[in-house]
Write a protein that binds this ligand. Sequence first.
Ligand SMILES: CC(C)(COP(=O)(O)OP(=O)(O)OC[C@H]1O[C@@H](n2cnc3c(N)ncnc32)[C@H](O)[C@@H]1OP(=O)(O)O)[C@@H](O)C(=O)NCCC(=O)NCCS
Length: 239
Amino acid sequence: MPTDNIVVAAMTGPFVLWRCLHSGPLSADSIDRWSPDSSMPWQELRDRNVPLLTKLAEMYGAYAIVARDGDQIVGQLRFYPEAIASMAQAGQWCLQQAFPAGPAPQLAERRFPALAEIEDKTLTVHCLMVGSPSSPDKHLRHRGIATRMVRELIRWAAQQGWTSIEAPAYEDLPILYDITGVAGKRFWEKLGFQIAHTGTEPGFLQEGELLRAMREQAIAQGLDQECVMNLYTMQINLT
Ligand SMILES: CC(C)(COP(=O)(O)OP(=O)(O)OC[C@H]1O[C@@H](n2cnc3c(N)ncnc32)[C@H](O)[C@@H]1OP(=O)(O)O)[C@@H](O)C(=O)NCCC(=O)NCCS
């Protein structure tokens, strides 16, 4: 399937991308429709996310870079000012989870500083998603769409006056590209990011099937199997 028709740009305007692409592409027509049988608390999530994302767009111009195929959003790169992402009520920013994995409902009521007032003008990438994780053919993956979204973020952020971007990264294991919204460190290095900090991903500390599969993939690539738990903070300077 050709991807030349896919347009990559900052998410602005009245259509708010308040949920993610887990069950397929989203458009202004479909985003507010969901199955009544769904176990997800969609109305609650919408009530929290729409005011928050609207406020971020009003204050800073955008909260995501998206890939569009016609009116359908098929890729997303979510980012936030570090000054907001690190507020106590921000939680871990997953828009499809309750606090503390997602933002607290009152976060949108807090005062957000204007860009000129922010000393550390860093944007933090939260997650990347191309196509839908539930789509069995994953036909949009590995065709450079995430790369295009990051290049657009770099261009847009520099133009707006942000001075640096940070992003989390793991080792370049295919399984982590498949199931997490965090790309591997090589992905970021190819885009000019460098490692600013190396830590450990707490979610990978538990022994189990995932960790076994990660270790097998690391060994197949000639990597030290202990490195699979690494959580890197990648950074690019825009000045
Ligand atoms: C991470 C992700 C966004 C990458 O998107 P993409 O458009 O396929 O990435 P690109 O085509 O721009 O890839 C650029 C580089 O990243 C690396 N890469 C991408 N996919 C990879 C994979 N599956 N395995 C290993 N490396 C990979 C390669 O270095 C690639 O460069 P190459 O094409 O020269 O080999 C995509 O895999 C994805 O959507 N994963 C998320 C799954 C998900 O949604 N999980 C639920 C989250 S809550």
